[in-house]
Design a protein around this ligand. Structure first.
Ligand code: NCD
Length: 319
């Protein structure tokens, strides 16, 4: 199955995706949503439903695409950005009380949550009478980004199997690469991973072990070397300044922030059919000169975000 697997359920981790068939059903729904968007059609499937969007961390793409997705399906949207500054959280309210309150005050049918704590989605699920969607939790998970990343790979490469993935940048704090690689080993076959990062920003060993236990070939590198020449997908990420700030390590950030920068010369080493992805925002790790390279798909990737989030909201609220 099938998109009805998601009906009435929270979606807080890629671990909840259990089969390729489930993923294919979301891809099909996303394709259908694309037709609606292309023809400027507002679908009516969620009329009468309310989607609450609570963000405790900054966001451009995830916030706007969830809001647009809900509105394009006809739902009423209550979207609050800057929860950490502008809500009672600044008075000391706990996340569980906030979730209970938002349910009562808005009558939400689903709550989309982005929060700096790794376990925030689990906390929210425990008290929420309606499904929770994790729009980014701490340094741990970003499951809807993983879905849209995989949909991008599928639409651009025509497959999610036998891919040579090169993941570059902040693999310690970055949450997107963790969700994406875990999802890929679950639903894809024969994919291999080269992790390229400064030593200080290496991927957690539990992640490496998890991928290896799931039969994926994983290599760790601290230099690009020749990895780009045999890549199918190069997934660049930003060094996550906010976590250095939180840990009082701004000097270390300054030292590491430009460790890996993709320019045209490096991009042109990649096979012609390979693609360059980035969850964005970028802060220097992909030079603007790369934007016109035919391999660059990071702008198209954002459109996948709109379509996949429409598909997911539809699947959770209507099946
Ligand atoms: C990512 C995130 O929030 O983890 N952004 C996004 O949702 N597209 C990546 C990042 O902030 O670097």
């Amino acid at each position: 199955m099938i998109s009805s697997d998601f009906l009435g359920k929270s979606f807080i981790s890629v671990d909840q995706i259990t089969s390729r068939v489930q993923l294919d059903s979301l891809f099909l729904l996303a394709d259908a949503m694309g037709v609606g968007v292309d023809t400027h059609t507002t679908l009516q499937s969620l009329v009468g439903m309310t989607v609450a969007i609570l963000f405790y961390q900054p966001s451009t793409r995830t916030f706007s695409s969830f809001e647009a997705a809900a509105r394009r399906l006809g739902a009423t949207v209550i979207a609050i950005h800057g929860m950490d500054h502008y809500s009672s959280v600044s008075k000391g309210e706990t996340l569980d009380d906030t979730i209970r309150s938002i349910y009562q005050t808005t009558g939400a049918d689903v709550i989309i949550l982005r929060h700096p704590d790794n376990d925030s989605s689990e906390v929210a699920v425990r008290v929420s009478p309606v499904p929770i969607v994790n729009a980014g939790s701490g340094t741990k998970e970003h499951p809807t980004q993983a879905l849209l990343d995989l949909y991008t790979i599928y639409t651009q490469m025509g497959r999610i199997d036998n891919l040579r993935m090169v993941m570059v940048g902040d693999l310690k704090y970055g949450r997107t690469i963790k969700s994406l690689t875990k999802l890929l080993v679950k639903v894809g076959k024969g994919n291999s991973f080269t992790f390229v990062s400064p030593k200080e920003l290496s991927a957690p060993q539990e992640l490496i072990a998890h991928l290896a236990n799931n039969k994926a070939k994983v290599v760790e590198r601290h230099a690009m070397g020749s990895s780009l020449q045999s890549a199918d997908v190069v997934y660049m990420t930003r060094v996550q300044k906010e976590w250095f700030v939180a840990e009082g390590k701004l000097n270390e950030y300054e030292h590491l922030k430009n460790a890996f920068v993709l320019d045209s010369t490096l991009a042109n080493q990649m096979p012609k059919k390979a693609i360059i992805m980035h969850p964005l925002p970028r802060v220097g790790e992909i030079l603007h000169e790369v934007d016109t390279n035919p391999r660059a798909v990071y702008f198209k990737q954002m459109r996948s975000g709109l379509l996949m989030r429409m598909a997911l909201l539809q699947a959770i609220l209507k099946g």
